[in-house]
Design a protein around this ligand. Structure first.
Ligand code: ADP
Ligand code: MG
Length: 360
């Protein structure tokens, strides 16, 4: 089996690492020089819409997947029909655009915060009149890790519009949330879905800082699974799919965004589940049968941003699994993460706090 991945970041790297036992051949396409996955697979340095590269993938691969959602949907469209492409271009197109994403949530009946399409400063002024200043201006495209978001509470519409460079955006009401969770599920070609338990996510400055699983709430788990099935059915989706939610003060799930791929909040599944999100995705897109997915104990994950820690310090201090993506250090760049698994939640939280204090 030959698998092509568009994007060679840490998610591609872990898809390859965590499915080693199947002996699949991977080809990774990425325009950068030494992306993390290039250590573990053949790397083609190319733009994603280069026809020669896409034709090579068609000739050499059985299935194509992605490691980030900003792959041009046109490249996926070109591949579709000639070769299996999971996720399909429509799903990727929707998930690239916050407006399309939120419109889909609404169309299906999944609650979101109040939002408005913004194409001009006038749109912004009128949307603030409706939604208020307790809101965020978010670019429709290319936002990640809290980038391209402007909090409106101490910014005039004029300044915000200038700061945003006038790109197509949405204005979104801030949710006064109790916490944030995500649901990771994998859909197979046979239209079965396997879910991980909800995971609780803690962000700092819009960037995921740590995750703890499971978030135990049977009602919300069922509700989130229903929402997930509605979306993957609508999109005819195959592979791992993730929805991020706020839990508001009334304990309702409010959908924030979704990802047509494996997700940072699922890294704990490498040690905390019998089939990780990475292996599950590869199994689904290659039509290997998934019988069940189960988890053990309580798992946590802490992201390493900006600077790699002194490894010796960590070895001496706790039980952990350190993942180093092999990237150069840069402010707020995700360089790696640490996971740990414990039998009870209190021990896990203690361990997570230890790890966090060592990363400061
Ligand atoms: P990204 O693609 O950068 O992850 P998100 O929309 O998920 O974009 O925003 C990142 C984080 O910023 C969220 O996880 C949340 O902590 C905070 N945030 C985003 N939108 C809102 C909102 N409407 N209300 C409150 N917090 C928000
Ligand atoms: Mg997010």
């Amino acid at each position: 089996m030959h698998i092509g991945i568009l994007g060679g970041g840490q998610l591609a790297m872990m898809m390859i690492q965590m499915s080693r036992k199947y002996n699949f051949d991977f080809i990774v396409v990425d325009p950068s020089d030494n992306p993390p996955a290039s250590k573990y697979a053949r790397h083609i340095k190319s733009n994603y819409n280069d026809k020669n590269t896409l034709n090579l993938l068609i000739n050499e691969c059985d299935v194509i997947t992605i490691d980030f959602e900003n792959v041009p949907a046109d490249a996926l469209k070109y591949l579709e029909g000639k070769i299996k492409v999971y996720p399909n271009s429509v799903s990727v197109e929707v998930c690239q655009d916050r407006l399309k994403e939120k419109n889909l949530f609404q169309e299906i009946g999944i609650p979101t915060t109040q939002y408005k399409k913004i194409n001009s400063e006038e749109d912004l002024i009128s949307a603030i009149g409706e939604i208020g200043n307790d809101s965020i201006l978010k670019s429709r495209k290319f936002g990640y890790d809290g980038k391209n978001q402007i909090s409106m509470d101490n910014c005039t519409p004029e300044n915000a519009w200038l700061k945003s460079s006038g790109v197509e955006a949405i204005l979104e009401k801030k949710v006064n949330f109790k916490t944030e969770v995500s649901l990771i599920g994998v859909k197979t070609e046979e239209k079965k879905t396997f879910f991980y338990p909800l995971v609780e996510n803690f962000h700092q400055n819009g960037i995921l800082n740590s995750s703890i699983a499971p978030y135990e709430n049977k009602v919300l788990q069922k509700q989130a699974e229903n929402y997930h099935n509605l979306i993957t059915d609508k999109l005819n989706y195959i592979g791992v799919f993730v929805i991020e939610f706020f839990i508001n003060e009334d304990n309702d799930l409010i959908a924030n965004e979704m990802a047509p791929r494996v997700h940072n909040s699922g890294h704990w599944t490498n040690e905390g589940a019998d089939i990780s999100q990475f292996e599950a995705h590869i199994m689904a897109i290659t039509n290997l049968e998934i019988k069940s997915i189960s988890i053990s104990g309580y798992s946590g994950m802490v992201n390493i941003l900006s600077k790699m820690p002194n490894e010796q310090k960590l070895i001496n201090n706790s039980s952990y699994n350190l993942y180093d993506y092999g990237k150069s250090e840069r402010e707020n760049r995700k360089l790696g993460h640490i996971t740990c698994v414990k039998d009870n939640r209190n021990d896990l939280i203690e361990n997570i706090n230890d790890i966090k204090s060592m990363l400061i």
